[in-house]
Design a protein. Structure first.
Ligand SMILES: *Cc1c(COP(=O)(O)O)cnc(C)c1O
Length: 432
């Protein structure tokens, strides 16, 4: 690895736990040392030693129009010149809220916060307050942020590190979290039969993204809706990752089942720290100061983040969204073909503009199926790509994200690198 990167990585390991400020960045899931980046544009990242990479991570999802889309950049710069933060209402909040109301016509009100973690944390508090119940049902392998209640069997970052949950999470809180397998409606039904009157909410990624992309089986979301209604619990969609990536109108447009609450993040902030919590006016009005459920944030509704999110979503029309989706589809198909040519078992699961190549011949329907996927092979594939200028997620259980800036030349470059990386893998495999 080039000189400056080596030096910075050494210093970072002295400065930060594990060298990073968010665990998956440390490359523990694939081995080797992470790259330090200096700049980005469109579908590309440039590292501190000047090497350029095609980026399929896109800051873990937000850059649906590519890095530094001119309209997004201009909006942020203008907002910065007007004032970084007021700690008071401003029109930028309304601009982004109007866009979200148009895209999600089923919502009544929303609240902006600074991170997906915060949005989910607030959604749970709201659900517990609204139902006067304590239990939350989540799915194995689903990551909903790093707050205490949901750090139980929480997907990629946690799975990669092999931690079943985290020390420091009080057992009393973890005990309020029920765990079911994604796509296993029967199991959820049984849990509701046993203690339905104590369950405040189900929280679900409508299309799972944090154990890799695992779409809902037909009837799964409708079944969750029916059970929650019947037992007086709320249904919360965590769309922090899927929001506007599985469909330009969100999961409700994609799957036709309405939740009570939705959390948004990533794309909504356009690459800056913003997230939101939305639902009926009646539910949202339980939040202070309209209601008594407390939630606050010094930098909530940050003018820069509101401007970035609004500019991104204003420029995410049917054409740009379809372009991003086509890029994901072509890349997924190409990867599947390239693996097949080398006799490497690979199953690609895609939802809109996100997909995951699982190194297994069988479909993945829940976290239980992940055991079949060959994470070591993914690690080798990852480094095969990286050394050829393609930056994929540094974990076998993450989604790859496309953007409208991922044109045909970018797909071709990615697939050429993938063919070579698969050939290396094919050569290393024992012949049967
Ligand atoms: C990323 C993510 C979160 C956490 O969002 P942060 O902004 O990282 O706190 C929560 N839920 C889902 C589904 C996510 O993908």
């Amino acid at each position: 690895m080039a000189q400056k990167n080596t030096r910075l990585w050494r210093e970072a390991q002295e400065a930060f736990p594990g060298g990073v400020n968010s665990p998956v960045r440390a490359f523990r899931g694939v081995g080797g040392s992470p790259r330090f980046f200096r700049s980005a544009r469109g579908p590309h990242l440039t590292d501190v030693d000047g090497a350029r990479y095609v980026d399929w991570v896109l800051s873990w999802g937000p850059h649906l129009l590519g890095h530094r889309h001119p309209k997004v950049e201009a909006a942020v710069l203008k907002a910065a010149r007007d004032g970084l933060s007021f700690g008071a209402p401003h029109e930028g909040e309304l601009r982004l809220s109007r866009i979200l109301h148009k895209r999600l016509p089923w919502i009544g009100k929303l609240r902006f916060v600074c991170s997906g973690t915060e949005a989910v944390m607030t959604a749970l508090r709201l659900a517990r307050a609204a139902t006067s119940r304590d239990l939350i049902l989540k799915f194995n392998g689903a990551y909903h942020g790093h707050h205490d209640s949901l750090l139980v069997k929480a997907g990629s970052g946690v799975a990669t590190l092999g931690l079943p949950d985290s020390p420091g999470v009080p057992g009393a809180l973890a005990a309020l979290t029920l765990l079911a397998e994604y796509n296993d409606l029967d199991q959820v039904r049984q849990m509701f039969q046993r203690q339905g009157s104590r369950i405040a909410a189900i929280i679900v990624e409508p299309c799972s993204g944090n154990m890799g992309v695992v779409p809902p089986q037909p009837g799964f979301l409708a079944g969750l809706r029916e059970l929650t209604r019947k037992h007086g619990a709320l249904l919360i969609y965590d769309e922090v990752m899927t929001g506007f990536r599985v469909h330009p109108g969100g999961a409700v447009a994609a799957y036709g089942v309405e939740p009570d609450l939705v959390t948004l993040g990533k794309v909504v902030g356009g690459g800056l720290p913003a997230a939101a919590l939305a639902g009926s006016a009646k539910l949202l009005d339980l939040l202070a100061p309209a209601g008594s459920v407390y939630q606050a944030g010094t930098l909530s509704g940050s003018p820069l983040a509101m401007a970035a999110g609004a500019a991104l979503l204003e420029n995410l029309d049917a054409t740009t969204w379809k372009r991003a989706e086509a890029a994901a589809a072509r890349c997924a198909e190409g990867l599947e073909e390239a693996a097949k040519a080398e006799g490497i078992p690979l199953t690609i699961q895609r939802a809109g503009t996100m997909f995951t190549p699982f190194f297994t011949a069988e479909p993945v329907r829940s976290a239980k199926d992940l055991a079949r996927a060959d994470a070591k092979a993914y690690g080798k594939f990852f480094h095969g790509l990286l050394s050829r200028g393609v930056y994929a997620p540094p974990s076998a259980y993450e989604a790859w994200f496309s953007s409208s800036a991922h044109g045909p030349a970018i797909i071709a470059k990615t697939l050429a690198a993938a063919r070579a990386a698969f050939q290396d893998l094919g050569r290393a495999r024992p012949k049967r």
